[in-house]
Design a protein around this ligand. Structure first.
Ligand SMILES: Nc1nc2c(c(=O)[nH]1)N[C@H]1C(S)=C(S)[C@@H](COP(=O)(O)O)O[C@H]1N2
Ligand SMILES: [Mo]
Length: 416
């Protein structure tokens, strides 16, 4: 068993999370809007710009959707710098405004209870030292990533494409921790809850569940490090659940309670929220309300051009370098193709290093840019289960699981 490196261990046993010192809501609320620059998300048919902010603790420049609870989006440029998303640029999403602004690492306990042989409480030291450590890259993507780009419009957080990020996660197997408590025969679901609580007495605390066999698959992780550092408070310090290949609604942050259930979890966040149409890519005809529903689950392939954005002016009459990132969903990326004729013909791009099937994969290509005019560039990812992105954008009333082929249109000519 490998011991966690001392720098990380030291960071994790510090009594207080120092970085949270400036997290007071007052500091955030008084931020003058005029002092900020704006970021254009390209949202169709509605106000499309959002302020850029640097006032959130442990975070660099982020696109501000909401201050309380914080909803911060990663600018697309960040994804052009590498397949790992830096912690200080990693998107943030919480459901309730009652996010603790510090967590005492020394007194923190993770409780495993419910349908188990014996209830246990683990300290961070236990998690750091008593279990085999695992590590892999995985993409954390909000179910509603790209919701703001839905046409027609749907209600919800108006994300552009930046409610996603890829990190190297380090932690322990959920399976090992569950085995320590001993899962009893007849376990159905395993339910996870964090330190954040609902504000109103009758509002439901955020909790999510996995089927017991999924929880025991040996891949689902209780992570205490993200890209080799302690988790930022806003991304779930001190520990969070990693469910690789699945949407991040299941990736419960500030994880404090794991409850084994002998029945299906019927509380709000499983029974009512995050339901998608039971159709390929959760797609239904715009406006459809009645359809068989299932709980959102595994991710699907997507790809994004990151070195160019809509409206860029590029040099014409010569080759144009196009690069970006792709994800396979719940499996690896097999290929990324590129088209400049509206999807009639496709050319394979060159894939970058495979860092692990659940992470981003870089792609590079070169296309011919016409001397003058405009050039529409489409990219399409196919995963190793031979599932390709659909050509058309998907639609459902929740604004979930967008995965249609993206197009970036640039103008060519003398200017560049
Ligand atoms: N405790 C807790 N965990 C949570 C949530 C939350 O509100 N509370 N939101 C979930 C959702 S919907 C998303 S998209 C991810 C966002 O993770 P991030 O803020 O680290 O990017 O956290 C998930 N885990
Ligand atoms: Mo989410």
């Amino acid at each position: 068993m490998e011991r966690i490196d001392s720098r990380l261990a030291a960071a994790l046993t510090r009594r207080r999370l120092l970085a949270s010192a400036g997290a007071s809501s007052a500091a955030i609320a008084t931020m003058p809007l005029w002092a900020q620059s704006l970021y254009d998300l390209g949202l169709p048919g509605k106000p499309s710009t959002r302020p850029l902010t640097t006032t959130f603790p442990t975070k660099g420049e982020m696109i501000l959707h909401r201050t309380r609870p914080p909803l911060l989006e990663t600018p697309m440029e960040v994804f052009n710098d590498g397949v790992f998303t830096p912690n200080d640029r990693f998107f943030v999403r919480w459901h309730w405004a009652s996010v603790p602004d510090s967590v005492d690492a020394a007194s923190f306990r993770l409780k495993i209870h419910g349908h188990v042989d014996k209830e246990i409480e683990l300290t961070l030291d236990n998690l750091l030292n008593d279990y085999e450590r695992i590590e892999y890259p995985a993409i954390n993507q909000c179910s509603g990533n790209s919701r703001g780009l839905f046409e027609p419009y749907v209600i919800g957080g108006e994300w552009g494409n930046g409610a996603m990020g890829n990190a190297m996660w380090t932690g322990v197997r959920l399976k090992d921790v569950l085995e320590k408590a001993g899962v009893k025969q007849g376990a159905v679901d395993v339910r996870f809850a964090g330190l954040d609580e609902a504000l109103m007495p009758d509002a439901p605390q955020f909790m999510k569940s996995l089927k017991a066999d999924h929880a025991m698959d040996g891949e689902v992780m209780i992570a205490f490090a993200m890209n080799g550092e302690q988790l930022p408070l806003l991304n779930g310090f001190p520990i969070r659940l990693i469910v690789p290949g699945w949407y991040s609604t299941y990736w419960v942050k500030m994880l404090a309670s794991i409850e084994v259930l002998d029945h299906e979890d019927d509380q709000f966040w499983m029974a009512k929220a995050y339901k998608i149409p039971d159709t390929p890519n959760a797609n239904v005809a715009p406006g459809t309300k009645d359809f068989p529903k299932v709980a959102i689950n595994k991710m699907v392939p997507r790809s994004f051009v990151t070195n160019l954005k809509n409206g860029d002016a590029v040099a014409g009459g010569k080759p144009l370098a196009v690069s970006g990132i792709a994800m396979g969903g719940d499996t690896g990326v097999a290929k990324v193709e590129i088209s400049t004729d509206g999807g009639k013909s496709w050319a394979e791009t060159t894939l970058g290093k495979d860092e692990g099937k659940y992470g981003f994969r870089r792609f590079d290509a070169s296309v011919d840019a016409p001397a003058t005019g405009s050039l529409a560039i489409m990219v399409r990812c196919t995963n190793s289960d031979n599932i390709a992105q659909p050509m058309d954008m998907v639609w459902n009333p929740g604004g979930y699981m967008q995965c249609g082929v993206e197009t970036v249109t640039v103008t060519t000519g003398e200017k560049a």
